[in-house]
Design a protein around this ligand. Structure first.
Ligand code: GCU
Length: 345
């Protein structure tokens, strides 16, 4: 029977960080990861997530830990810390890199800041839908050296990812039908040059901001609009303060699972094989959960007063398409882009 280490959900980020950094609090017999060392015998791995416990990513990752623990006779487990308890994504990335946190889910936009090749998969219109995206990002023929490219520089290994679904715009002030409806409005984006340019191409003024600050940002008028999927719109309660959803569908977003490279390298071959198998089952489960969660989020947000409007998609496509040519600068990026597009149906 799997034992949970500690529930830190109610602790402040600072306390949780301190605990994570000193590797304390593990009530199991297993060795505990953290501190950057390899943990050959096994570990309860701390995973930083910025979503709530209702989000498909939390559910799938929690199940991952459970199956992993069972399959390795308790040697390896995953303890998911939701709600940015271990820090916002930028911070979590740094903590996994220095080994004080073991794993994290980070948006592709964060990895683009470490290696610009990642930006290819953050482009609007590179993926047609979730199925296309998942087939591309889990095909080693396409991804090549991308997922190991941060091992030497940052001690980060990318294991694959979860979809963020199609992202659309929502506002505090009314529906958006064409880019003109964003003129002079502050649109929150993730911390990425590409997404800043994307917001500007759509006519808005871009405000990069961490995910966890967005509810207050919308509520206080620091920003007028944001863009995300319906699941986050609902689970983060953004519909309460920005009830006008407009289906720009400008991008199919991507989250990656990252792990500290030293920790991964310390896993025995047998345990690594189990880990990989269970991780595959995890992203497959996530994709299944995603479709239902999206439908439920729409219904719930509508019940909560949100309206969902169609947009002039052609008008948005026209301003978004030039971004690929503008941002793709190297042969590696071009090859990734071409391979991704070639996999589209
Ligand atoms: C989605 C995504 C997160 C990301 C967030 C954001 O919810 O899954 O990883 O942080 O969007 O817009 O910041």
């Amino acid at each position: 029977m799997r034992k949970k280490t500690l529930s830190l959900v109610t602790l402040t980020g600072v306390t949780a960080l301190a605990l994570a950094a000193c590797g304390g609090g593990d009530a199991t017999e297993d060795a505990t990861a953290g501190g950057g060392g390899a943990a050959e015998g096994g570990a309860t791995m701390r995973l930083a997530l910025n979503q709530t416990e209702e989000h498909p990513s939390y559910i799938a990752l929690d199940n991952f830990g459970e199956r992993l623990s069972e399959a390795t006779d308790g040697r390896w487990d995953v303890d998911v810390f939701p709600n940015e308890t271990l820090g916002a994504q930028q911070e979590a990335l740094q903590l996994v890199s220095d080994g004080s946190v073991d794993m994290a889910i980070v948006s592709g936009t964060q990895l683009e800041n470490l290696n610009e090749d990642f930006l290819v998969f953050n482009l609007p219109k590179v993926f047609d839908d979730v199925e296309h995206q998942m087939s591309v990002i889990h095909d080693p023929e396409v991804t090549g050296d991308l997922y190991t490219s941060l091992e030497e520089s940052n001690k980060l290994t990318v294991l694959g990812g979860f979809t963020q679904g199609a992202r659309s715009i929502y506002t505090t002030y009314g529906p958006v039908e064409t880019p003109a409806d964003l003129a002079g409005k502050k649109l929150r984006v993730q911390e990425s040059d590409l997404h800043i340019a994307m917001a500007e191409a759509m006519g808005a003024s871009a405000t990069p901001m961490a995910f966890g600050e967005l509810y207050t940002g919308l509520q206080s008028g620091v920003v007028d609009a944001a863009e995300n999927n319906e699941v986050s719109y609902w689970t983060q309660k953004h519909y309460e303060v920005a009830p006008n959803w407009s289906y720009t569908n400008h991008l199919v977003g991507l989250d990656y699972l990252i792990i500290n490279s030293d920790l991964l390298a310390g896993m025995s071959e047998d345990d690594r094989a189990i880990f990989d198998e269970e991780w595959k089952a995890t992203y497959e489960e996530h994709t299944e959960l995603w479709a239902t969660a999206t439908e439920e989020a729409i219904t719930s947000a509508k019940d909560g007063g949100a309206t969902f409007t169609e947009v002039d998609e052609e008008a948005f496509t026209a301003v978004l398409e030039p971004l690929a040519a503008e941002f793709i600068k190297t042969d590696t990026q071009q090859a990734l882009y071409d391979a991704a597009r070639a996999a589209a149906k």
